[in-house]
Design a protein around this ligand. Sequence first.
Ligand code: HEC
Length: 128
Amino acid sequence: MELVAMRRSFKLLSLLLVLNVIQGCSEPPQDTEKSRAFLTQRALSLAPTDPEIAEIYTRTCRSCHSTGASAAPLTGDLANWKPRLEKGMDVLVENAINGFQGMPPLGLCFECSPEQFEQLIVFMATAE
Ligand code: HEC
């Protein structure tokens, strides 16, 4: 009698395990190309709420920071911006002004103040 009960619970357990595996398989695969496309699509749709910053962003940073073709960290790609933010805002503003590797000095905004650079960076690094 006890053995039957044990067999039954074993069957139930195996069924649960199988279901678990099936469920695991139905999760979407980690497709980096797909998530890159998703991030690019989203970067294109994001804009700062402040109209003045939005105008500057559209005219300057956006041309590189919203296109998947560029090595620039995408607007709203929080994982890419995280280690950059860890350098500190002062360093990021300085790098935006002086240029940093593929990033040209001033990022095409020749009239931007350091405060505006900071606003642009905060927007790109935190937009969701
Ligand atoms: C011509 C293309 C281009 C434009 C325009 C541009 N960027 Fe960039 N930016 C880049 C690239 C490429 C990188 C990545 C550099 C790297 O990490 O190698 C970058 C990186 C950055 C970084 C990160 C620097 C770091 O220390 O990690 C900041 C901040 C930044 N850009 C701010 C801006 C701002 C603000 C604007 C608009 C005023 C702007 N960028 C416009 C290409 C551009």
